[in-house]
Design a protein. Structure first.
Length: 255
């Protein structure tokens, strides 16, 4: 009895709980390991995921129970920008880095998300997720810095990554901009806070006509399927960057 799971209390869930019914439970693996390779190879599964989106793919191919009402950020909340800001206009620019220094297919991606602020609006200007080792991660950060000249490079420094932060500060050209920051609250709380800013239009992704730009498609999917997505590195880096911009005020001077 193969069925698509929609909710923990739907007909599918009740039938699965009844031992009278045989249940086909084998799902596509987290890194697109195929169940029926001759029909649905990993490459074809990747194409299908791009066609229908992460949410539908998670339900139909990974058999993950997910209701649209249970995601933290609903797709219809996301607004888009399509007119470029000049660097001179951007008041504050932050590159948020969520490191994961492994190139294995099963590993998390290192996420680099650039967010810029003008007045009360924050835009995601660029978002990249890569599975890289430390040298390649340093090179990626350097490329972002040369291209955008961010004011701050926010580097998550939990556990073992504190050593990499120290390396960046002492040994790289962009070291003076690096700000190590350890998470003080859980990921659910960070994404929930981001959802408020997304819902009220304070945070926007790149896109046009209600459709996200291809360069930020992966970020959009992670945001709008959290906490059910397989990976959430880009979403978490975005939350960190936005929180830094919106919670830290510029110093005030009196003369």
């Amino acid at each position: 009895m193969p069925r698509t799971p929609w909710h923990p209390d739907d007909l599918n869930a009740h039938l699965k709980a009844n031992r009278s019914y045989a249940v086909f439970r084998r799902a596509v693996g987290p890194n697109l390991e195929p169940v029926w390779a001759e029909k649905w190879s990993s490459a074809r599964l990747a194409e299908r995921r791009a066609e229908i989106g992460e949410a539908s793919f998670a339900r139909g191919y990974r058999l993950i129970t997910m209701s649209e009402g249970e995601v933290t950020i609903r797709p219809e909340w996301v607004q888009f920008w399509n007119e470029e800001w000049s660097r001179e206009r951007i008041e504050r620019l932050v590159l948020a880095v969520d490191p994961a220094v492994s190139a294995k297919k099963s590993a998390d991606e290192s996420a680099l998300v650039l967010v810029g602020q003008v007045a009360n609006e924050v835009r995601v200007l660029e978002a990249v997720g890569r599975r890289v080792r430390t040298p390649e991660l340093v090179e990626l950060i350097d490329q972002f810095d040369r291209r955008w000249q961010p004011d701050v490079i926010l580097f998550e420094s939990n556990a073992a990554f504190a050593g990499i932060r120290d390396l960046l500060v002492r040994r790289t050209r962009f070291g003076p901009k690096v700000l190590g920051e350890a998470a003080t609250r859980g990921k659910d709380a960070r994404i929930a806070a981001l959802s408020v800013a997304v819902q009220n239009g304070s945070v926007k992704l790149k896109g046009s006509g209600g459709i996200v730009d291809a360069s930020q498609r992966e970020l959009f999917e992670q945001l709008t399927t959290y906490p059910f997505a397989t990976h959430d590195d880009l979403a978490d880096a975005t939350a960190a960057g936005v929180e830094h911009l919106l919670s830290r005020k510029e110093p005030r001077l009196w003369v």
